[in-house]
Design a protein around this ligand. Structure first.
Ligand code: PEP
Ligand code: MN
Length: 339
């Protein structure tokens, strides 16, 4: 439920309500708005003593949160959430569309640093690249591990780009978070509830990818796991779902952008690379995503896609990214945003 404080409620009056919420064995989530403060009380609703809360000074009303996800919901937080990330003061969820670009996997120092410098020139704000790769085949390239993370950190040092990289397991969360600016949870792990809670217990923003058979509600409930564990900075990433179609690797659901915007305050990023599987489709889908209101893009870029160790077929070159960025800037402007 949400406790809506009357406009002009003091800090002490808000704290009093928070204390009542704790006394009932519930967790509080305070949102200070421009006009009034609202406090979400999360937990077992059988423990709620509604009358006690209603009687507290300066409480205007108590409203139930109807959606199953609470803190990810627009009901609790009407304004969009803007999340700062990386060393250069970049944010996602505000007026600026964030572009995260880079190889599927970190393959070597030379490859990653060359890519980082090339994408920096295009105006991208973050370098992506997996040091731990979730591979279908156990004999395929699994990533460079911590060595890959150190290479990503060096790229940040040299370029000022933020680092987005995936964590595969609960035990590696703190290791990855030490090097990353944004911790990615991949599609295959969207239902790994222990991992979701573990990334919720560290404070780097989390890029949460939609599972390829997850409904929108399951996706938002996965985000709720992260927020409920203590980390409100969740970036939702649509990367396509599995359907009967085979002209593309996955079916990229761009309609999820307005759907998420209606239901949640969290920023949305589109991944047109995994979402299509084909480099030739990536620029068009990236443009469509920005036109439809995406807050960011995550795009696979490789210096030599033909020889990429992973996902070469869906990787574009830095030159193609540069061309795309120019077109995106016009589209962003047309929909009241900037790149
Ligand atoms: C990736 O971003 O490299 C990746 C493995 O993506 P997904 O989890 O969406 O398949
Ligand atoms: Mn990939």
């Amino acid at each position: 439920m949400i406790v809506v404080m009357a406009s002009g409620a003091s800090k002490e009056q808000v704290e009093h309500v928070v204390q009542l919420i704790h006394d009932m064995g519930l967790v509080d989530h305070v949102i200070v708005g421009t006009d009034r403060t609202v406090i979400a009380a999360i937990g077992d609703k059988r423990q709620v003593d509604k009358t006690r809360l209603e009687r507290a000074p300066m409480v205007e009303k108590i409203v139930p949160i109807l959606s199953p996800y609470k803190m990810a919901s627009r009901e609790v937080h009407r304004e969009p959430t803007e999340i700062p990330f990386g060393p250069s003061g970049a944010t996602i969820g505000g007026g600026k569309v964030a572009v995260m670009a880079g190889p599927c996997g970190v393959e070597s120092k030379e490859q990653l640093l060359a890519t980082a410098h090339a994408i920096k020139k295009t105006g991208a704000t973050a370098i992506r690249g997996g040091a731990f790769k979730p591979r279908t085949n156990p004999y395929s390239f699994q990533g460079l591990g911590e060595e890959g993370l150190a290479i990503l950190a060096e790229a940040r040092e040299q370029t000022g780009l933020a680092v987005v990289t995936e964590v595969l397991s609960e035990e590696e969360v703190l290791l990855v978070a030490r090097y990353a600016d944004v911790v990615q949870v991949g599609a295959r792990n969207m239902h790994n509830f222990r991992l979701l809670s573990a990334v919720g217990r560290q404070d780097k923003p989390v890029l949460l990818k939609r599972g390829f058979s997850a409904s929108l509600e399951e996706f938002l409930l996965a985000a709720e796991y992260v927020i409920a564990a203590g980390n409100p900075n969740v970036i939702l990433c649509e990367r396509g779902i599995r359907t009967f179609e085979d002209y593309c690797r996955n079916t990229l659901c761009l309609a999820i952008i307005p759907a998420i915007k209606r239901l949640s305050h969290l920023p949305v990023v589109i991944d047109p690379s995994h979402g299509t599987g084909h480099a030739y489709m990536v620029p068009d889908m990236a443009k469509a995503a920005v036109a439809a209101g995406a807050d960011g893009l995550i795009i696979e870029v490789h210096m030599d896609p033909e020889h990429a160790l992973t996902d070469g077929a869906q990787s574009i070159t830095p030159a193609a990214l540069d061309e795309l960025m120019k077109q995106l800037s016009g589209i962003a402007k047309a929909v009241g945003r900037e790149i």
